[in-house]
Design a protein around this ligand. Structure first.
Ligand SMILES: [Zn+2]
Length: 444
């Protein structure tokens, strides 16, 4: 498909060679970080002892790579400590289910609960149910998320997980089970955080795998009473230790505000967080270093390996609060390890030439300019909002991202070294431009 629109031959002959990504990476920094974090630390649930080990691992790694001012910046969080997750259909046909608790789920007693299931094909259908109509019953919320290159299904369908349990609780439900917010057909449930409206008591909230959700929908369609047994014994705990890892590659002019590149260090606990988000930390760190190969950049490049993103974006908030010093621009990588296909920017009108240079540099590698504005992502959004920073978003191909996201399948073997390297090359192109720009205006 990519050759359907060809420039005229004369233009083609005059154009520079397309920047192809070499089969072998120029260095092994990115791969070493993804492999190291997933192997030597593994799963890194926000607020857990494993997340603390990940911070130590990260600080050591960044020092060894030559970063300066490497520090761990601690903060406490309200976290979720997983317990036992079990679910089975009791009637009309006994069947086992693959289930996971959502972050901040309410807890069942150790022996579990049982209840009649009320099937809602959509979140809107649940919202339309009369108040009190779910008392003593288990709400099941279905949805129809599909895979998309830009991952655009996650916004609207993700509301089933983020908002659905709170709606069910407000209507008196005993518990809530959702179709996983994911696009695979494996028997893996997808976890993720939910939230509860002010004054609403959390109820047990779980997600079943897509094939199990299909089964529940078919059984509900039989019109016979559908009953479920559910055990989710995890607990919400206040005051758990978390923290960010922050490190600098100092620029030639220390008086100029730095370029901030972010990712998150914590992961969900079902897999090992290879695509979410060890890859992001690997990409931004490797690119920051590779930018220095051509000589020290004018501006400092600062990396932020944020803690506790998954459970509520606490690392990004803590960073913005702790760092009132001016920044020039922020970027983040948190959408897996597949290839960059799109670039979007947010610059002040005065910096249009800078934006054009970035688009041109990436265009050579087949990355297209999107029509939207850049927003950065959870770990850098708070500092962007506070300081009205310029932003560049490198959009990764998300077609398969939600097959793996927050599942036991988020493991190292899913990371393609060639795609990871393409990310590092794209990021290096952008960082070489912005970290050497003598002026980057606020977007206010
Ligand atoms: Zn993530």
């Amino acid at each position: 498909m990519r050759n359907l629109v060809r420039p005229a031959i004369a233009v083609l002959a005059a154009a520079p060679c397309a920047l192809s990504v070499p089969a072998k990476a120029a260095d092994s920094v990115a791969w070493d970080i993804v492999a190291g974090l997933t192997t030597e630390v593994g799963q890194r649930l926000a607020g857990s002892e494993a997340e603390s080990r990940a911070r130590d691992w990260g600080a050591e790694k960044l020092k060894a790579l030559g970063f300066r001012n490497v520090r761990i910046e601690p903060f406490p969080i309200r976290g979720y400590v997983r317990g036992i997750d079990k679910a089975r259909i009791i009637a009309p046909v006994p069947q086992a289910l693959a289930v996971t608790a959502l972050g901040y789920s309410g807890a069942t007693p150790d022996k579990g609960i049982e209840g009649e299931v009320v099937y809602f094909p959509t979140l809107a259908a649940l919202k339309a149910a009369p108040d009190g109509s779910l008392t003593g019953r288990i709400a099941f919320i279905d949805h129809a998320m599909r895979a998309a290159q830009d991952g655009s299904g996650y916004g609207p369908y993700g509301q089933v997980r983020r908002e659905g349990p709170g709606v069910a609780a407000r209507k008196g439900a005993l518990a809530v089970v959702i179709r996983s917010v994911g696009t695979d057909s494996h028997r893996n449930p997808h976890t993720g955080v939910t939230s509860w409206p002010e004054g609403v008591k959390p109820i047990p909230a779980g997600a079943v795998s897509n094939p199990d959700a299909d089964l529940i929908a078919r059984l509900a369609g039989m019109g016979k009473p559908l009953r479920l047994a559910l055990t989710l014994t995890g607990k919400t705990v206040d005051g758990l230790p978390s923290g960010n890892v922050v490190a600098d590659l100092p620029g030639r002019d220390p008086a100029l505000p730095p370029v901030l590149v972010g990712c998150h260090l914590d992961s969900w606990d079902l897999g090992t967080g290879a695509i979410d988000d060890a890859s992001g930390c690997a990409i931004v760190t490797a690119a920051a270093l590779r930018t220095q190969v051509q000589g020290q950049t004018l501006r400092t490049i600062r990396v932020l390996w944020a803690g506790s993103e998954e459970i509520g974006g606490f690392g990004g908030e803590a960073y913005a609060k702790a760092h009132a010093e001016p920044h020039a621009l922020a970027m983040e990588s948190d959408f897996g390890a597949d290839r960059v296909w799109r670039v979007q920017t947010k610059f002040a009108p005065a910096d249009k030439a800078l934006a054009d240079r970035i688009v041109a540099a990436l265009g050579v590698m087949g990355v297209v300019a999107g029509r939207g504005s850049a927003n950065g992502g959870t770990d850098v959004e708070p500092v962007i909002a506070k300081q009205k920073l310029a932003v560049v978003d490198l959009g990764q191909d998300g077609t398969h991202y939600f097959d793996l996201h927050h599942t036991p399948d988020d493991t190292l073997d899913k990371v393609d070294p060639a795609a990871l390297e393409q990310n590092v090359v794209a990021w290096t192109q952008v960082l070489a431009i912005v970290a050497n720009a003598d002026s980057i205006a606020s977007t206010e």
